[in-house]
Design a protein. Structure first.
Length: 175
């Protein structure tokens, strides 16, 4: 038995239904592609360690006067800090600090903390406590600072009630 041929109205309805399905697919495909693109851009922007803002930058901006006050305290103390970054050995780099008064006398601190980050990877900061060495006024720590290049150091040292801060850019030698 032969099936009857569709009437012109049925054929038009079938073409219209097929056309509607195609356009719905195109619209859904465009929306889906847009979502995939936006999620990809979000992932790239949020996972790149070189594109970061200063942590708690707003709180630090509000404490600007405190920082200026600390700078005056640093000037009154007159302490001088010399920082060296050693070569990479076993995946770590030695950070050495020599802290002295304006007269060159070593400063004996109860606590010295450091935070370092590579300028190209500000999102990965390394923190550590520098330990006293047998040499008075000299403190050391080994931190996983494998990259060579420009690093920023933020240091705090306490002696009794006195607090000294130091910010310095350091160049780490090639390994």
């Amino acid at each position: 038995m032969i099936s009857p041929a569709p009437t012109p109205d049925e054929a038009a309805a079938a073409r219209e239904s097929r056309s509607a399905k195609i356009w719905v697919g195109v619209v859904c495909g465009l929306l889906g592609g847009c979502l995939v693109t936006q999620f990809s851009f979000f992932y790239i922007a949020s996972s790149d360690p070189s594109a970061v803002a200063e942590p708690d930058y707003y709180a630090k901006a509000l404490k600007w006067e405190d920082r200026q006050r600390q700078e005056r305290v640093n000037t009154e103390l007159g302490w001088q800090g010399e920082v060296e970054l050693g070569q990479v050995e076993s995946g770590t780099r030695r950070v050495r600090l020599r802290l002295a008064t304006a007269q060159g006398e070593p400063v004996d601190c109860r606590l010295v903390r450091a935070e370092l980050f590579h300028k190209a990877r500000a999102g990965r900061a390394f923190r550590g406590t520098l330990a006293r060495t047998t040499t008075p006024g000299v403190y050391e720590a080994s931190l996983p600072l494998r990259r060579s290049g420009l690093w920023e150091l933020r240091l705090e040292a306490w002696q009794d009630e006195a607090r000294f801060t130091l910010r310095r850019d350091l160049v780490a030698p090639d390994s």
